[in-house]
Write a protein that binds this ligand. Structure first.
Ligand SMILES: [Zn+2]
Length: 181
């Protein structure tokens, strides 16, 4: 259960981090505060570059700082921006690498916020556990390890006997069979 005081503390840290954003090109400042399972908080802000594609989001800055400090387990992240922008797809994937069950608080600069789980923001994500039968990448029931990864990459190859081929419409179509109702 999320306690209001804990949420507010994390949001205020993200808000402070947002003040340090380096966003001279977009003018869109974002701050993030990532809570580890051990109770530490790592902050991040977006950092842009004159070569625009090299910009990095606040969420990933916070995560990379935490991982570089030896942290691997996270329980919650707060992300603050004007209007409360949702985290981009790249950040969702990177956050999922460490904490599939992460709670994601998206807040605006006025203090309004919404709580999501990473699972709902990035369902059927690409992961090391692959299984087309039940759900797709990242599913607990999938196979694990390098062999499964190879199998995933091999979907465009000629199908083996009885294995079938990935349909021309792409992975979404492949996943449909594993959809849980
Ligand atoms: Zn992002």
């Amino acid at each position: 259960m999320v306690k209001k005081g804990e949420v507010e503390e994390l949001i205020s840290k993200a808000l402070a981090a947002r003040e340090r954003a380096y966003a001279p090109y977009s003018g869109f400042a974002v701050g993030a505060a990532l809570l580890t399972s051990s109770g530490k908080i790592y902050e991040g802000c977006n950092i842009e570059n004159v070569s625009h594609s090299l910009a990095i989001c606040a969420e990933r800055v916070a995560l990379f700082r935490a991982v570089a400090a030896g942290e691997r387990q996270f329980s919650r992240i707060a992300i603050v921006s004007e209007g409360g922008a949702m985290p981009c797809g790249a950040c969702r994937q990177v956050l999922a690498e460490f904490s599939g069950g992460l709670e994601v608080i998206v807040a605006d600069t006025e203090g309004a916020w919404r709580l999501f789980t990473l699972e709902e923001l990035l369902p059927k994500r690409f992961g090391a556990k692959i299984g087309l039968g039940e759900g797709c990448g990242g599913d607990e029931r999938g196979r694990e390890g390098k062999g499964a990864y190879k199998e995933y990459l091999a979907l465009d190859d000629e199908p083996e006997e009885g294995k079938g081929r990935a349909p021309a419409s792409g992975p979404g179509e492949t996943c449909r069979g594993g959809e849980r109702s």
